[in-house]
Design a protein. Structure first.
Length: 61
């Protein structure tokens, strides 16, 4: 994704909001290094990982 698109979408603001919710310095660093994906496969894979994490949290707390 090009810089203009990221600026129009205010991607930095979204990343900053995410970083504010990170509880560790490693989490904050991972958030700051995030880049959007334009690959449908990568997006679906990330959504699957997210759902798996939610399922684990719901089951085990």
């Amino acid at each position: 994704m090009n810089e203009r698109t990221l600026r129009v979408l205010e991607y930095d603001k979204i990343k900053n909001m995410l970083m504010e919710n990170a509880e560790s310095s490693l989490g904050k660093e991972l958030c700051s290094n995030l880049k959007p994906s334009t690959s449908e496969y990568e997006v679906k894979d990330s959504l699957k990982e997210t759902q798996e994490a939610i399922d684990i949290i719901m089951k085990w707390g």
